[in-house]
Design a protein around this ligand. Structure first.
Ligand SMILES: [Zn+2]
Length: 251
């Protein structure tokens, strides 16, 4: 079985420096042996309709597009699928622009690294304040994952049990303590979603390393070398320029 995937934009904002280039938040929608699976969720309906103070401030700073039709639950419904058939959500991390859609899919199992879940409960670093309690108030069906000695392409990783084709959580800590990449086996080969461990638009020349290392973590050299060594694996960053989504036929 191979997995057709769709790339969706879960949230549009701008880089917070001139010329304020617009970027989207990558979310992946895949069909598995056990229903639809989402990787990251962007913002949810509640973020547009009853934003918390934190979300309002975030949207202002990031010049966000405030359109509830961008919520994944609506995008999935518009594509003719029943959002209620999303059975699994895999999250790179729990930041407000990645986990915002959780309340729109209360039936789904939420797969996340145990380390990230614990970081949500006990944030320590500056970036770990960007968790929005409203994303979790409904009581997500957590499915927490620990490393068990497996590897994916040489990365320590954990395969989600029972899901075909293969989906792996690949810890890439730094942006948050429990941040992970997500690898999916698709009909066109492996996709390695690097989340916020990779620079915007997967541009490895993007700004000085000293500037982005504290925000995205230490993995850029390894990801860059991996991309060069494995052109057959498609790497995608958590935030890409809008033309990336246009090429995917999504806005
Ligand atoms: Zn983040």
């Amino acid at each position: 079985m191979v997995m057709p995937i769709r790339i969706l934009n879960g949230f549009s904002k701008s880089l917070p420096w001139p010329p304020y280039r617009r970027i989207g938040a990558v979310c992946l929608l895949a069909e598995t042996n056990d229903g639809l699976l989402l990787v990251d969720t962007g913002l949810g309906l509640h973020d547009y309709e009853q934003p918390t103070r934190m979300m309002r401030d975030f949207m202002t700073v990031m010049r966000a597009v405030r359109d509830p039709d961008l919520a994944l639950v609506r995008q999935i419904a518009r594509s003719g699928r029943d959002p209620g058939t999303v059975r699994h959500i895999v999250l790179s991390h729990l930041h407000l622009d990645h986990a915002g859609g959780l309340p729109d899919f209360p039936q789904a199992q939420v797969h996340v690294a145990r380390r990230e879940y614990e970081t949500l409960r006990h944030p320590r670093k500056l970036l770990e304040i960007a968790y929005n309690k409203a994303d979790f108030a409904h009581g997500p069906r957590w499915n927490l994952h620990d490393l068990r000695g497996e590897t994916w392409y040489g990365f320590d990783a954990v395969r989600l049990p029972g899901i075909e084709p293969q989906v792996w959580l690949v810890p890439l800590p730094g942006h948050t303590s429990g941040h992970c990449g997500v690898a999916l086996q698709t009909e066109t080969g492996w996709v390695f979603f690097c989340g916020d461990a990779a620079p915007v638009n997967l541009d490895f020349r993007f700004g000085p390393v000293a500037l982005y290392r504290p925000t995205i973590g230490p993995h850029v050299p390894r990801l860059k070398a991996f991309a060069a060594a494995h052109p057959e694996v498609r790497l995608i960053a958590g935030h890409m320029f809008l033309d990336f989504f246009e090429k995917e036929g999504t806005k």
